[in-house]
Design a protein around this ligand. Structure first.
Ligand code: CU
Length: 150
């Protein structure tokens, strides 16, 4: 028995909404010359399959003096990664190389610059304890916040 091409086409159309459930959610955050982010919390809905995050440095100081980045980790990992990142230096964006604990990260930007990344939420658990922080030496103490996925 042969399956009629129209039936195949119908089956594909019906399946399409499930196959194309990808959803990119945009998030924007700013850092400034006072070593602060403008957000203490970022919420991303659990149906977002990807996050497009843009970090803007609204200040004027150069990256060498007041650089900022945005790093997503599990909350208990902040301090260890911040410490390891401090000695990694600006060329490595103040992050240990290939550290699996870093879920997502931007490069370090200076005043007037911005940067954008896209990352998958596949490894995130809805309701998990996540935080974002800046890994420029000493900044994480002031520059951190909750990342709520769910
Ligand atoms: Cu910073």
């Amino acid at each position: 028995m042969k399956i009629h091409p129209v039936l195949i086409a119908l089956a594909l159309i019906t399946a399409a909404p499930f196959a194309s459930a990808a959803k990119t959610c945009a998030v924007a955050i700013e850092g400034n010359d006072q070593m602060q982010y403008n957000l203490k919390e970022i919420k991303v809905a659990a149906d977002c399959t990807e996050v497009q995050l843009t970090l803007k440095h609204a200040g004027k100081l150069p990256a060498t003096a007041m650089g900022h980045n945005w790093v997503l980790v599990k909350t208990p990992d902040i301090q260890a990664i911040a410490n390891a990142g401090s000695s990694a230096g600006l060329p490595n964006n103040y992050l240990p190389k290939n550290d699996a604990r870093v879920i997502a990260s931007t490069k370090v930007v200076g005043g007037g610059e911005s940067t954008s990344i896209k990352f998958s939420t596949a490894s995130l658990k809805a309701g998990g304890d996540y935080s974002f922080f800046c890994s420029f030496p000493g900044h994480w103490i002031m520059m951190h916040g909750k990342f709520i996925f769910g």
